[in-house]
Ligand binder design. Sequence first.
Ligand SMILES: Cc1cc2nc3c(=O)[nH]c(=O)nc-3n(C[C@H](O)[C@H](O)[C@H](O)COP(=O)(O)O)c2cc1C
Ligand code: SF4
Length: 359
Amino acid sequence: MGRKAFVKNIIGKVTVKNRLVRSAAGSGVASKEGYVTDDVRKWYEKVADGGAGLIISEMMTAWDDGNFPENYLRIDDDVYIDGLTSVADIVHKRNSKIIAQIGNYGSLLHWEANKPPVGPSKIKDEISGITAKALSEKEIREIINYFIDAAIRAEKAGFDGVQIHAAHGFLLNKFINPYYNRRNDAYGKDTEGRSKIIVDIHNGISKACGDKFLVLLKINSSDFIDDDYGFKFDESRKVCNYLSSVGFDAIEISSGLAGGKITPARPINEVAYNLEHTKIISEDIQTPVILVGGIRSFDIAEEILSSTSIHSIAMTRALTYEPELIKRWEEEGKVKSKCIACNKCFTTEGQMCVFNIGK
Ligand SMILES: Cc1cc2nc3c(=O)[nH]c(=O)nc-3n(C[C@H](O)[C@H](O)[C@H](O)COP(=O)(O)O)c2cc1C
Ligand code: SF4
């Protein structure tokens, strides 16, 4: 078997040293107000030392609506740029690239009682039970600008690009889901309309940032919910086909709802659980596709990269347990991750591996 995982990877105009990506993951060690701390720097240093070619940050809120947890990085104001610059420098010194994930929780979670979560329509979130405040067109345009401003900050901080978070039940996931988006204006009605907010964010960022600055998307292939409120594969396939024509530099395919029956991070017996859908989408579209979910062994990563048109493999938990795993794959080959997929790191309280905190 070859070593496709370690072949140089061209994404947009950026050369990445391999095809292995650290998928977005919070560390929970930012300051209470969302600033970079020494612990954040140490964590990114470990992940970059560990060999991932591309590192996607945790989701940072695109604007201050009060609806996000404490101790998570933020990018909604220029005051965060200096700290984020120090993180980008650490990653670049280790010859890896860094992407800022930006998004908004929408009605999935709620922290600030005075600021109701927003959504495409006034529909109750079936996971949280919270009813979103429907956005006006003017408010949607404001939100698009918040995303663009956040991307400009990421560029100023030296990040190589941004990833728009439209997966896992977050705000933009609600926009592309016909159950939650009942709008009859330009931001609803059909697949194109429901995707328009993502298109406008993409185009705004491309215009505002340099042509080397990457714009990635994370999307669910399915929420894996049979009930009406679940975002289904057929619709996701249509959205991906449509969005691939917009010019995203790569699309990462995930699934499940944070807090749902099937979550984005599944138990140990489920291996590469987004492969089937991701393979189909990667054959449909020209845009490079990144697979995430349940990948823990080099052989499986290598087999997928050699036998499908999937472009890169992303991992979170395997690298949360053992940030140096990719280096070990490169040096020793057939090493399996020690992560037992218990998901004790997948909480809003703290996101380090409970088996190696402080190591
Ligand atoms: C601790 C932790 C934090 C996460 N934070 C994010 C996040 O900020 N944004 C996101 O898109 N996904 C997040 N995820 C989901 C992962 O990016 C990934 O999609 C999921 O864990 C499946 O990949 P894995 O099996 O390699 O862990 C998180 C997952 C974990 C375990
Ligand atoms: S806490 Fe559990 S799921 Fe998370 S990295 Fe550690 S072993 Fe894996």
